[in-house]
Design a protein around this ligand. Structure first.
Ligand code: FAD
Length: 363
């Protein structure tokens, strides 16, 4: 098989599918290659929290830009996208935490993101199952979705050709696959933590456990996250858990999350799972009355500076990378696709592409 396309996208996760949809809108012929069903990698394993995050100025800008795109897309999605808009409660355990709440609120206000500080009584009124805390930051604009069905929908909308094969090399001719060569002008490498199979990038799999409960509609009203979550996410390379619970459209509660570097080991570690659930129960004691019906692990694609890699490989301008989104790839997929469209077809970038370029690692 030798076939010719304008663009070949490697990987049918949410990032690859968003890129395919965006590039197709520019009138390009697009082929997506993946041996697995669309949205079945990290995209199927994540929490689906569409969230503004402020670990760095570049992360804040990327998440805000992407959230705006999501707000346009969400009303067009089918019920299977399981969209709900619970907002996020960033919980402070003590007075030091409340100082962090205030600086986060100021940062968000300066960036035009609605957010209010809630004292303990307001938190109790808004989220009665939460144990008494010092307060919280309420971010009403954050949403929750079910990512795999959205990936499949974006792919269907793109009318891209889906080739069920494994990409084996990206070179000047195009993309070599287990089914033959796909000739193309550009290859967009959206292989998640496997993007390193095609380019020397500092991306590695970061394992995460999740657990989901039986249905109890109305149990939880917000996505509730401890303020220390960012420290767990980015503070150290040690294995860690953080309190992060999410109401699902089904009435279930999704409990997260853990982080560890353990290669591609797919085993569920019962000690890690127990630690994660105990942390959640320490904040929401009544969670102990719900049965966990399923638990699983997934692999985030982590970079060493916690920003995704989006743009052409230096000296290989037709190989565009869009990978390394760690724990924010659902949120940032749409803005990533915009930046990819900028690199491929020169469309006006929604934000500065600079912080995400692969060339930053060369230095
Ligand atoms: C526990 C956990 C919780 C998370 N929670 C959230 C959250 O709440 N909000 C959020 O925004 N993000 C979250 N994430 C992160 C998010 O899930 C990922 O960042 C996102 O799914 C990445 O999408 P992707 O398309 O880059 O990768 P993937 O979904 O992994 O897709 C990559 C695809 O590439 C394919 N592939 C690999 N190698 C090849 C090859 N050689 N040839 C062809 N195809 C190939 C794979 O089969 C796969 O389908 C979470 C992740 C985890 C693990």
């Amino acid at each position: 098989m030798v076939t010719q396309f304008d663009v070949v996208v490697v990987g049918a996760g949410i990032v690859g599918c968003a890129c395919a949809a965006r590039l197709a809108r520019e009138g390009l012929s697009v082929c997506v290659v993946d041996p697995s069903p669309p949205g079945s990698g990290a995209t199927a394993a994540g929490m689906g929290h569409l969230v503004v995050m402020d670990d760095s100025a570049a992360q804040l800008e990327l998440t805000i830009a992407s959230l705006r795109l999501w707000l346009d897309l969400l009303p067009t999605l089918p019920r299977s996208a399981e969209t709900i808009s619970p907002g996020t409660l960033w919980v402070a355990e003590d007075e030091a935490g409340m100082e962090a709440v205030e600086s986060k609120r100021t940062l968000y206000a300066n960036a035009g993101v609605a957010a209010q500080t809630w004292g303990p009584a307001r938190v109790h009124e808004g989220e009665p199952v939460l144990r008494p805390v010092a307060g919280a930051l309420h971010v009403p604009g954050d949403c929750v979705v079910y990512p795999p069905t959205i990936a499949a929908k974006l792919l269907a909308d793109s009318r891209a050709t889906l080739v069920q094969a494994t990409a084996t090399a990206i070179n000047g001719d195009g993309c070599e696959t287990s089914q033959g060569l796909l000739r193309t002008r550009w290859v967009v490498n959206c292989a998640g933590a496997r993007a390193t199979d095609f380019a020397p990038l500092p991306i590695q799999p970061r394992k995460g456990h999740l657990a989901i409960t039986e249905r109890r509609p109305g149990f939880l009203r917000h996505q509730v996250v401890e303020l220390g979550y960012l420290a767990s996410a980015h503070g150290s390379d040690e294995a860690s858990v953080a309190f992060n619970v999410q109401p699902r459209a089904t009435g279930q509660v999704l409990i997260g999350s853990s982080r560890e570097f353990a290669g591609w080991d797919p085993a569920i570690r019962r000690t890690m799972l127990a630690k994660m659930i105990a942390r959640a129960v320490s904040f929401v004691p009544e969670l102990a009355t719900l049965h966990v019906v399923r638990s699983w692990v997934g692999f985030r694609a982590a970079t060493n500076d916690h920003l995704p890699v989006i743009g052409p490989i230096p000296d290989q301008p037709s190989h565009i990378v869009a990978a390394g989104h760690e724990g924010l790839g659902i949120t940032t997929s749409l803005a990533t696709a915009e930046l990819v469209a900028h690199h491929v077809c020169g469309v006006e970038p929604v934000i500065s592409p600079e912080p995400y370029l692969p060339g930053r690692f060369a230095a």
